[in-house]
Design a protein around this ligand. Structure first.
Ligand SMILES: Nc1ncnc2c1ncn2[C@@H]1O[C@H](COP(=O)(O)OP(=O)(O)OP(=O)(O)O)[C@@H](O)[C@H]1O
Ligand SMILES: [Mg+2]
Length: 303
């Protein structure tokens, strides 16, 4: 029987073209793709999970690559689907890396350098005074935020008290802070597929800002990683278990070490503008994803 996979890929910022290239390359390997399988429309019965006329649990694999649109229902369906079909990324790792605190805890346990962190009950933040004494400046962030939203630098305990009334209780179930890393305002984003390095670029904070997020005014820069940066990214991705990962790394000027800031389970391909700027890793990333899908859907047993 032929192989068939499901796909839910973002369509903006060049995503639709990337999807077409991937589908074409999969077809060359006799893998059929059903696209646009948004789990928002999935329904489950004793007969299985169905989405837009396709029985998802009969697919050889489900490729989920759409950031920012995941409702609780879609996440739940992604989880249920992952129990009966291979998913990329695997749900467990994807869910893990949606949480910055849990990810940092795991990385730290595995000897991978991250910012020091502290999590406490938001109603019992007294211990933070001690943390300020130890860390100096802090970065306060929602554990599951994105795009730099809600990420605030706090330089002393008094400022923290000013921040508190502005926090939306639904967004902040806990207090999570990290030691502010003294870095030069630029980072590395290392893209990996199945542990293989596929590309790297950097982001540079806007003048006067300390965050590198493009949504916070940061800009994308061309950047060659040294072997140490690639090795750190590979180790971080391996520990999280993500098949496709984008690892954000900065250089700590105090300790003179590279530090992992974040591991992303939905690292975007270069946009057409970024490709024109010289970010040329898309073809390699597409090839590695196609190769990986071919491998895990049992290329050898199907021939
Ligand atoms: N501990 C830290 N010390 C110094 N700078 C930090 C620290 N944590 C984050 N930053 C800066 O703030 C930016 C945003 O933080 P982070 O990446 O953790 O959250 P996010 O951008 O909201 O998440 P996502 O990248 O998933 O959208 C980072 O890109 C980095 O430039
Ligand atoms: Mg980030």
């Amino acid at each position: 029987m032929g192989r068939k996979i499901g796909m839910w890929m973002y369509q903006n910022c060049g995503g639709a073209q990337i999807e077409q290239q991937m589908i074409h390359k999969l077809r060359e390997r006799d893998i059929e793709t059903v696209s646009a399988l948004d789990l928002r429309y999935a329904k489950a019965t004793s007969g299985g999970i169905e989405c837009k006329g396709t029985l998802l649990d009969q697919l050889n694999l489900f490729f989920s690559y759409n950031a920012g649109e995941q409702t609780d229902y879609q996440m739940y369906m992604y989880e249920c689907l992952s129990d009966c079909c291979t998913t990329i990324n695997n749900f467990r790792s994807f869910k893990l890396t949606e949480d910055k605190f849990k990810t940092n805890t795991l990385l730290h346990k595995n000897g991978i350098k991250t910012a020091d962190f502290y999590l406490c009950n938001k109603d019992q933040p007294e211990g933070l005074e001690q943390v300020f004494a130890e860390f100096g400046s802090l970065v306060f962030k929602p554990v599951d935020g994105w795009g730099g939203v809600g990420v605030v630098k706090i330089d002393n305990f008094a400022d923290l008290n000013q921040l508190k009334p502005h926090l939306n209780p639904d967004d902040y179930k806990y207090f999570y802070v990290e030691r502010y890393i003294d870095y030069d305002g630029s980072d590395y984003r290392v893209d990996l597929v199945n542990g293989k390095f596929v590309g790297c670029y950097g982001r540079k904070a806007r003048d006067g800002d300390w965050r590198t997020n493009v949504t916070a005014g940061g800009s994308v820069i061309l950047r060659e990683p040294c072997p140490e940066v690639i090795d750190l990214a590979q180790r971080a991705a391996r520990v999280t278990g993500l098949e496709i990962a984008g690892v954000d790394i900065v250089f700590d000027r105090q300790t003179e070490e590279y530090v992992v800031i974040e591991v992303n389970g939905l690292p975007a391909f270069a946009t057409p503008d970024q490709e024109r700027q010289g970010l040329n890793f898309n073809p390699r990333k597409i090839d590695e994803i196609v190769e990986y899908i071919d491998q895990v859907t049992g290329r050898d047993s199907c021939q």
